[in-house]
Write a protein that binds this ligand. Structure first.
Ligand SMILES: C[S@@+](CC[C@H](N)C(=O)[O-])C[C@H]1O[C@@H](n2cnc3c(N)ncnc32)[C@H](O)[C@@H]1O
Ligand code: SF4
Length: 459
């Protein structure tokens, strides 16, 4: 049997063995299913008061969610509604999002609290849906609420099909200084199978000299495991990516969840999705192309060019892995507004707004924070959260570091996890010695499985 065939059999067996645990991506720990649904508006207010009072100067990332898109991409797991009715978008902004922001800042003012906002992030759905007038009003609203002079990064997620050079320059004028493009894949056939036609010329036309000068830092999102992706198609896509030279890249294995997003089955109309082994080969091509082009790996799924802020933070061991991908780690405390948006205050509190827009609106109509669930983390959760995030970003744990930080005997504290990991170690997914636990090259594909061993909520 050839080496490739042997590898295929080994991987297929590993997948069979470990598949059940591949469902969590650990952008949060404890995972959202464990958050408490009795944590509502009042608990959220208490958490804000408690945490900001104790941490008045800690930097905050202010996240704004816009849950609308013009057209459905069949791979999409984001929280969004597809509509062509701009009045709906305006109503959401003016009647609900603004009211939520007012409630938040009135509450802070009444309690003499200030937000030290250092980063802003507009995600979605598609924040590019707003026309300039609404975007400007949203900017003005934020300017009244916190000190814009203190804001460093302001990121907007860009759907390349909905912007032009002029719009990107308008964003810059408002203060945006980092843009993140949803690229996914440049192959025409793949684009047809995901219902997202977006020729690479679109990016050529957007990334003009002027735009590159105004936005020295910009990101591409790429997906691996899309229908129709082949070694040839991904090679061509990556050649184009390297030519366009984004300073940062966020690659993601495409999650397939047809049980919650029925439309995802449309991607299988003309054949199956790349299987686990195919994805591994595709990912290897992506990785090789990027490393050859001079990119540095800055987390499990992230890459950056040398000198990019993420690369610097990675070298300084400050990078944080969270729902927005690998971040510089400066503002790791999220205050989030908009339907489905979730916040994190240090490693102490999580909170999340209602996904369903009607439930989100109902709460705001009652003048309550639209909180669907949240969590106050116990010490044990905090330690495990740190382990999981470190593994997902740096692929290894230095026991001594954790022992110093949390005054624990690492191996004793995680005795059950180590027992559970024995099997993973025998299968070559990890290496454990006296000082460190390291995820191996083979184990990279199973990093969430390794994290699972430290998750005492879902085991
Ligand atoms: C809100 S979208 C990006 C902004 C904009 N709506 C666009 O599509 O250009 C955020 C990102 O989530 C990622 N994403 C969406 N569905 C996914 C899935 N099924 N698995 C993994 N990542 C997914 C994609 O990489 C996507 O670019
Ligand atoms: S990928 Fe972006 S544009 Fe496509 S449906 Fe999802 S949020 Fe909307």
């Amino acid at each position: 049997m050839s080496q490739i065939e042997n590898e295929k059999i080994r991987d297929a067996n590993l997948l069979k063995k470990y598949h059940k645990s591949l469902v969590y991506d650990y952008t949060e720990y404890p995972t959202k299913g464990n958050w408490d649904q009795t944590f509502g508006s009042e608990e959220y207010k208490n958490s804000l008061k408690d945490w900001i009072t104790r941490n008045p100067s800690k930097p905050i990332l202010f996240y704004v969610h816009t849950p609308f898109c013009e057209q459905l991409c069949w791979f999409c797991l984001c929280s969004k509604e597809i509509t062509q009715d701009y009045n709906k978008v305006k109503k959401y902004l003016y009647d609900y999002l603004f009211k939520e922001m007012d409630m938040l800042f009135n509450f802070l003012e009444q309690n003499n609290l200030k937000l030290n906002v250092k980063e802003i992030y507009f995600g979605g759905g598609s924040p590019t849906y707003y026309k300039n007038e609404e975007f400007e009003k949203l900017t003005d609203k934020m300017k009244k609420m916190f000190d814009f002079n203190q804001v460093g990064d302001w990121t907007v997620e860009i759907d390349p099909r909905r912007v032009d050079e002029e719009k990107l320059l308008f964003y810059k004028k408002c203060g945006v200084n980092r843009i993140s493009f949803g690229v996914q894949d440049f192959d025409k056939k793949v684009q047809e199978r995901i219902n997202r036609i977006q020729p690479s010329e679109m990016l050529d036309n957007l990334l003009t000299k002027k735009i590159r000068k105004e936005y020295p830092v910009f990101n591409f999102d790429l997906l691996i495991g899309l229908p129709g992706q082949t070694t040839t198609s991904i090679t061509n896509t990556m050649d184009k990516v390297v030519e366009l030279k984004p300073t940062q890249l966020q690659t993601m294995m495409m999650h397939y969840k047809p049980n919650t997003r029925k439309y995802m089955i449309n991607m299988l109309r003309d054949g199956s999705l790349p299987d686990f082994y195919d994805r591994k080969i595709l990912y290897k091509i992506v990785d090789d192309k990027l490393i050859k082009a001079g990119y540095k790996r800055t987390g499990y799924e992230s890459y950056a060019l040398p000198g990019d802020p993420i690369e610097k933070s990675y070298n300084e061991k400050k990078t944080l892995y969270a729902s927005l991908g690998s971040q510089k780690g400066e503002a790791v405390n999220f205050i989030a507004v908009g339907s489905s948006a979730h916040g994190a205050l240090g490693d102490e509190y999580y909170s999340q707004n209602f996904y369903e827009q009607n439930l989100y609106r109902d709460k705001i109509d009652e003048s309550k924070f639209p909180i669907y669930r949240g969590l106050k983390l116990e010490k044990n959760d905090q330690i495990r959260r740190d382990v999981v995030k470190t593994l997902r970003t740096y692929f290894e744990i230095d026991f001594q570091e954790f022992e110093n930080k949390y005054s624990i005997d690492f191996k004793k504290y995680f005795e059950d996890s180590f027992k559970y990991l024995d099997e993973h170690s025998r299968d070559g997914l990890i290496d454990i010695d006296k000082k460190k636990l390291k995820i191996t090259e083979l184990g990279f594909q199973f990093s969430s499985v390794i994290c699972h061993a430290f998750d005492d909520k879902n085991l």
